[in-house]
Write a protein that binds this ligand. Structure first.
Ligand code: 3MF
Ligand code: MG
Ligand code: MG
Length: 411
């Protein structure tokens, strides 16, 4: 029987509560989960797609986040301020409106980011040949730093998705990288000045890599390329600059996200983390966290928990085009937050699981070969212990599906 339109929201809400497993807004607020303006405002448009949802402004998004229990909000400069109003009176008014909306909804500001990819001014990227484009880029990142301090941010993120080219040979990659560094240097210099004025700590400046899209070839396509760039000598304040890896951006080039994160942690540069999900070697589908690779996500969170990552988890995903404007805040955001919390708590369970612990300790103890220079003896000493790798993997799946609590299926 068809479900009339005026009964559909009630059906969705009823099935949502039938799902159970939801956390209270108070519990959700205990996690450092940040909700971007652009994720809530995404209208379902993309290359080949017309929007499926109406526009929605920052005041409504902040209100919804506050109600759900997403404790922090973040934005690009031009998500909320029209390009023409930047650094003008119009900006001050909007920033004041944002402050009010944040306070009224008990939501804090976590991160600010400069849009350097959408407007036509970035057609040649933020580090184009013409000096005025580069001056404009500096103006934009300095202004973003000011907005960040005004609203109480701790992080600034940069996604250089337009730093690259479609046709090869026209730009000099070394010049582009140097010029891009100039913009980051301008942001850090401004930050040092502005932070002193506001008597606040400087922001953590985070580079976010994506291997492709929107440029065909990207000059800093991976988190590892960015680590090399940070250490290249081009930055005047490399200590202020780290990474904002995005889970799916790592999968997009075929990486193991855990390994990418491990390299960032080793370098002391894991500042911020964009959480979402998707498929390897495909475009940036930005699916909600845990919907595609829950086992990998569990493992990622085990890694982050065991190494004390305490930065934000930023919900940089896109509610699907099939989700309605109502569904975005009734289903999409709360379920994304709740899957994250569940996986985070499960990761804690993994870390205290006696079976995994004993197996890991045994692997680390090794078999104790009498002569560690004898390949045969070393191999033999560890032969049986190494079976524990597979046992640990099985145990992780058991924890993921709840089978460690004795859940079995009758056959
Ligand atoms: C693109 C992204 C961006 C960045 C954002 C950084 C629109 O794939 O992930 O989101 O996260 O620009 O602040
Ligand atoms: Mg993405
Ligand atoms: Mg991102």
């Amino acid at each position: 029987m068809p479900i009339p339109e005026n009964q559909q929201q009630a059906l969705v809400s009823r099935l949502m509560s039938a799902c159970g497993g939801a956390y209270s807004p108070e519990t959700r607020r205990k996690y450092y989960i940040t909700g971007p303006q652009w994720a809530g405002a995404y209208q379902g448009q993309a290359l080949f797609h017309a929007p499926t949802r109406p526009e929605i402004g920052y005041a409504d998004i902040i209100r919804h986040y506050g109600k759900i229990g997403i404790g922090y909000w973040c934005t690009h400069d031009t998500d909320v301020i029209p390009t023409e109003a930047l650094a003008k009176d119009g900006q001050a008014e909007i920033v004041a409106g944002i402050k009010k909306a944040l306070a009224e909804n008990n939501v804090k500001f976590s991160m600010v980011t400069t849009e350097t990819f959408h407007h036509a001014v970035w057609a040649g990227g933020p580090a184009a040949e013409a000096p005025e484009v580069r001056e404009y880029a500096k103006f934009r990142v300095r202004n973003t730093v000011d907005i960040g301090h005004e609203l109480g941010a701790n992080f600034a993120v940069y996604w250089p998705g337009s730093l690259g080219y479609y046709v090869q040979g026209a730009i000099d990659e070394l010049d582009s990288l140097r010029w891009y560094a100039d913009a980051l240097n301008a942001a850090c210099d401004r930050d040092i000045e502005t932070a002193a004025k506001y008597k606040r700590a400087t922001l953590k400046h985070c580079l976010e890599a994506k291997p492709f899209e929107p440029q065909a070839e990207i000059l800093l396509p991976t988190s590892d390329a960015m680590l090399a760039f940070i250490a290249s000598g081009l930055l005047t304040h490399p200590e202020m600059v780290g990474l904002n890896p995005e889970y799916l951006h790592e999968l997009m080039w075929g990486a193991a996200p855990r390994a990418s994160l491990a390299r960032a942690l080793t370098a002391g540069k894991l500042f911020h983390f964009d959480i979402n999900d998707g498929y390897r070697l495909k475009h940036d589908v930005d699916i909600g966290v845990g919907l595609v690779n829950p086992l990998d996500w569990l493992n990622v969170l085990v890694l982050l928990r065991s190494h004390g990552y305490n930065g934000p988890f930023n919900l940089d995903y896109k509610p699907p085009r099939t989700t309605s404007a109502f569904g975005v805040f009734e289903v999409s955001f709360p379920t994304a937050v709740d899957r994250f919390i569940t996986l985070w708590e499960m990761a804690g369970e993994v870390l205290s699981d006696p079976i995994i612990k004993e197996a890991t300790d045994a692997l680390k103890a090794g078999g104790g070969a009498a002569n560690p220079h004898d390949a045969e003896a070393v191999t033999k000493a560890n032969r049986e212990l190494l079976t524990l790798h597979e046992l640990i993997a099985h145990r992780l799946v058991q924890i993921l599906i709840g089978a460690h609590r004795g859940r079995v299926f009758s056959a």
